[in-house]
Design a protein around this ligand. Structure first.
Ligand code: COA
Length: 163
């Protein structure tokens, strides 16, 4: 069983987190961890977390929180370092992110976006019950109703400008 932990970013670990890199072919699919750490400074209600192995190695990054525009909880960024992909860390970490959001007050729907050609993201998200709500250009907007584990197809999160 693969175990990762969600860890807060600190003065000790933020550089390791900022250094996380996706595969070159995935760079069009996501902003970097470094960009996301900078971006999050201006959204104090968002949660930034590193994904760490039991030994403490940083292998991934997540940025999530309440989205006022969408009117639901949102996963803005989720990535695993290229050297650590395909080992189950993404599945293990996404479960923790969903559990964290599902424990927030009034959390029923979680939304996210991914590039339509991002097959790994699509497969991962669909395996957790996310389903396509609509498309926005080259982006798929998908939702999960955490109370049913099925797509929240009746909700209408607005498409957000950022990915
Ligand atoms: C998507 C991502 C987070 C998956 O992380 P990962 O640690 O490699 O994923 P895991 O090893 O835990 O695999 C989980 C599931 O993802 C899917 N998946 C992962 N890599 C895949 C690939 N190359 N092709 C197809 N599906 C893939 C599979 O459904 C897999 O489940 P399975 O092994 O039971 O079939 C990772 O590829 C990544 O960081 N990509 C770049 C950033 C990104 O695109 N993030 C999402 C943007 S919204």
């Amino acid at each position: 069983v693969v175990n990762v932990r969600l860890v807060e970013l600190t003065a000790r670990n933020w550089r390791a987190c900022a250094d996380l890199q996706v595969q070159a072919s995935q760079e069009a699919f996501t902003r970097s961890a470094l960009y996301s750490i900078a971006e999050a400074q201006f959204y104090p209600n968002t949660t930034t977390r590193g994904l760490a192995t039991p030994e403490g190695e940083l292998v991934g990054f997540a940025l999530y929180g309440w989205d006022e525009d969408a009117g639901c909880w949102w996963i803005y960024r989720f990535l695993i370092d290229r050297r650590h992909q395909g080992k189950g860390y993404g599945r293990s970490g996404l479960k923790l992110v969903i559990d964290d959001l599902a424990s927030r007050p009034d959390c029923s729907v979680i939304g996210l976006r991914y590039h339509h050609a991002n097959v790994a993201a699509q497969k991962l998200y669909e395996s957790f019950g996310f389903g396509q709500l609509h498309t926005d250009g080259d982006q798929v907007v998908a939702t999960l109703d955490v109370t049913t584990g099925a797509p929240a197809l009746s909700s209408r999160p607005r498409a957000l400008p950022t990915t």
